[in-house]
Design a binder for this molecule. Structure first.
Ligand code: GLC
Length: 541
């Protein structure tokens, strides 16, 4: 599609997980002044938009994705003045500022919820409250983070619904007062200078009035995750309403984090026709990507999404705070770490859409290797571990499973230098730093022209100078080999071709591949005949 706001096309978005980015006051937790201190670094990288994961008041059951006050800053992260200063400084550098809008649910410590428990008007129906059935939860729904999706509240004498943890009660979007609250807080942040919204877990807003049992396989703990909630008509209507009242009139860039029941649904979220979001981040649980043949997966994803929405506009990403690190999951974090990190970056930035870079990706940061489940903080990792134990796995096997998928792989502190705690903090870090920081860190890569960091800098600059990477039509090329992905981006003015060997074996160069080399994952040596392991080239025809 052609985004409703054309400026969205020029963005290269950098995602910051504030808790792990840079700690300015030695409490072991990253913070907003820490982000301000690193803006030079980000400017040198060349990105022109920052998306910060939530920095609002929160008891941190799900690390800030459980918000107890949408208009207050989490004290560990700083003050409202710090936030305003950060937004000002971003703008002064020509960077857009994107915040996370987490409104499928709030925290159970939000005053709306507290008042709802007490049936104080008008809050009584701000959440989904139901009576139990024969002393049990209203239905068989399971929460994404384990256990029933219903929690009994003694004081109110009813159950409330929580698709995520029990400290994340779902807001009742069928209540117009709730929708108005959300609209008001978007206006509040627009006035603070926010340019865009990454809209969290947005596919589940609408719920069927009769709350039927969910069908499908039960988790080992006996509950069924209600995927029937995904993408209901009512949800699309609520998003469309926000677009009408807020996103378009306020010129806010929007990227929806969507779960998809079908591929076609993507069209609904991002087409001009339906007027909902500018682009979408389709949420896929890491398990869906685990053990797949990576080149086929990427080829299929890039081409099928482009076909579904003919003009093709996407959030183009491989990493975020919910996934293992891309170089570990899709690349080779052993001897080919650097070259595979570069090859994946080339594919991501040459494909149609707005590229997203997740903090540390530009250094080729890898998954962590902690020794025990106790070192993991992530609620989802702990649930995966417990579910595997319930399913009969040995503790070792359950640990291996949970560690491989863990969101903490991406949440370990940013590796700034080879000093203690990777230069992230002079205190005790909230999460153990990856032990490879002495080798993989920003300072070591800063002046090395061959580093992954400098590769990203060149790649982001290249995108600015080659409109074909932004506007070019996507033409998939039959590479003749299963491990090689190839496509062209064509405008009237130029044709660029990407060919990437996403494997550790040598593969033949696709037939007829010729042109001037613009970028390559190796320093040199492309011979036009054989692609070396993880060799990727971007050519101009
Ligand atoms: C989204 C976030 C994830 C969070 C969940 C619940 O998927 O990306 O981190 O746990 O929503 O808010």
């Amino acid at each position: 599609m052609i985004p409703q706001k054309n400026w969205v096309r020029d963005l290269v978005v950098y995602q910051i997980y504030p808790r792990s980015f840079y700690d300015s006051n030695s409490d072991g937790v990253g913070d907003l002044p820490g982000v301000i201190q690193k803006l030079d670094y980000l400017q040198q990288l060349g990105v022109n938009a920052l998306w910060l994961s939530p920095f609002f008041a929160s008891p941190n059951d799900d690390n800030g994705y459980d918000i107890s006050d949408y208009r207050a800053i989490l004290p560990e992260f700083g003050t409202m003045e710090d936030c305003e200063e950060l937004i000002r400084q971003c703008h002064a550098r020509g960077m857009k500022f994107i915040m996370d809008l987490v409104v499928n649910h709030s925290s159970d410590e939000h005053e709306w919820f507290r008042k709802s428990v007490r049936r104080e008007e008008p809050y009584t129906d701000y959440y989904y409250w139901r009576d139990g059935v024969d002393g049990h939860a209203p239905n068989n729904w399971g929460s994404v983070f384990g256990g029933s999706a219903w929690e009994y509240n003694e004081e109110r004498g009813q159950y409330y619904l929580h698709f995520f943890s029990k400290k994340q009660p779902d807001l009742n979007w069928s209540n117009p007062l709730v929708r108005n609250e959300v609209h008001d807080l978007v206006r509040f942040w627009k006035e603070k200078g926010v340019d865009g919204l990454r809209v969290d877990a947005i596919s589940y807003l609408d719920k069927p009035a009769d709350f039927p049992d969910a069908e499908g396989e039960a988790s080992p703990d006996g509950y069924v995750i209600p995927f029937l909630l995904i993408g209901r008509e009512g949800t699309h209507a609520y998003i469309h309403e926000m677009n009408d009242k807020l996103f378009t009139p306020l010129n806010l860039m929007t990227v929806g984090e969507v779960s998809l029941a079908t591929d076609e649904e993507l069209y609904h979220y991002v087409s001009d026709e339906h007027a909902e979001f500018d682009m979408a981040i389709p949420f896929l649980p890491p398990i869906a990507e685990f053990g797949v043949h990576v080149p086929s997966m990427l080829r299929e994803r890039i081409s099928s999404r482009y076909e579904i929405v003919p003009d093709g506009w996407w959030a183009q990403f491989m990493s975020n705070h919910d996934k293992p690190r891309q170089v570990s999951a899709f690349g080779d974090d052993g001897e080919n770490r650097e070259v595979s990190a570069k090859a994946l970056a080339l594919v991501n930035h040459a494909a149609p859409g707005t590229p997203f870079v997740y903090q540390g990706e530009e250094l080729g940061m890898t998954n962590v290797r902690y020794d025990s489940i106790d070192q993991y903080d992530d609620i989802s990792t702990r649930n995966d571990y417990n579910q595997r134990l319930l399913a009969g796995d040995s503790p070792e096997a359950a640990f291996r499973f949970a560690a491989a998928l863990s969101r903490d792989n991406a949440r370990s502190p940013m590796q700034w230098n080879a000093e203690a705690n990777a230069g992230f903090t002079t205190g005790a870090p909230w999460l153990t730093v990856n032990s490879n920081y002495t080798e993989i860190n920003a300072e070591a890569q800063q002046d090395d022209p061959r580093s992954v960091l400098n590769f990203y800098r060149r790649l982001i600059a290249l995108r600015r100078n080659h409109p074909a990477l932004r506007d070019g039509k996507l033409v998939m090329i039959d590479s003749g080999h299963n491990d090689v992905i190839a496509f062209a981006r064509e405008t009237e003015g130029e044709t660029l071709i990407l060919a990437a060997n996403l494997s550790g074996n040598a593969c033949p160069v696709p037939e007829g591949l010729k042109g001037e080399i613009l970028m390559q994952s190796y320093e040199s040596g492309f011979d036009g005949v054989t692609l070396r392991p993880w060799e990727a080239v971007l050519l101009r025809k």
